[in-house]
Ligand binder design. Structure first.
Ligand SMILES: [Ca+2]
Ligand SMILES: [Ca+2]
Length: 202
């Protein structure tokens, strides 16, 4: 162990003073480090709080947007007699028009003539007990039936011996609602009720 011998009391006093200053610096340094840590925790807490407020605000905004969309569709359904079925809204006309005029009316409603995709939708249409224009036509190429969105006909519900009108009957129609297979090709210029479909996507 190394022993240091001081020549006089003055030298020893200086050593003690230096030791005292160093201790104070360490204490002050530790004190500052503690304050910085408190500030950091405070900053993290404030940031977390702001994030929570932003999240709550965003949730409220999204909820309100969803409610407005549903309200819009509900009002539309109430005012214009739209019916909801399996992801779509349907409008049944109360008067009769040609196929082209019927389609024009649907487009003005941001919809189109109905596209029947499956047996459930076909059976839903039968419940209206009316002859109805549907969104099916072979007006471009005789015998090549297409839906109004351009997709070719795959699943069909033609009535017995239909389609039979060749180039004289180019527009699809629901006829004889008592039968599940009840489609008819009809002269497009004849007036009939029609049904519009709009996909429901809130
Ligand atoms: Ca035809
Ligand atoms: Ca026919």
């Amino acid at each position: 162990m190394e022993t240091i011998i001081y020549e006089n009391e003055s030298a020893m006093s200086m050593v003690f003073e230096n030791l005292h200053d160093a201790t104070v610096r360490v204490v002050v340094s530790k004190s500052r480090s503690g304050e910085d840590r408190v500030k950091l925790y405070g900053l993290v807490a404030v940031s977390f709080g702001l994030l929570c407020i932003l999240q709550v605000t965003l949730n409220i905004f999204l909820h309100l947007a969803l409610c407005c969309t549903i309200l819009q569709y509900t009002l539309q359904a109430c005012i214009y007699r739209w019916l909801y079925f399996s992801g779509s809204l349907y409008y049944i006309s109360s008067n009769e028009k040609t196929w082209q005029e019927s389609r024009k009316d649907c487009l003005q409603k941001d919809a189109d003539l109905i596209i029947i995709n499956n047996k459930e939708e076909q059976n839903f249409m039968r419940e209206f007990k009316k002859y109805l224009w549907i969104g099916l036509t072979d007006i471009e190429t005789e015998g090549k039936w297409k839906w109004v969105d351009g997709t070719p006909l795959t699943r069909s519900f033609w009535g017995s011996k239909e389609p039979n009108g060749k180039t004289l009957e180019n527009c699809g129609q629901i006829k004889h609602p008592d039968s599940e297979n009840n489609w008819n090709d009809e002269r497009c210029s004849n007036p009939h009720y029609w049904i519009c479909e709009e996909k429901f996507s809130p």
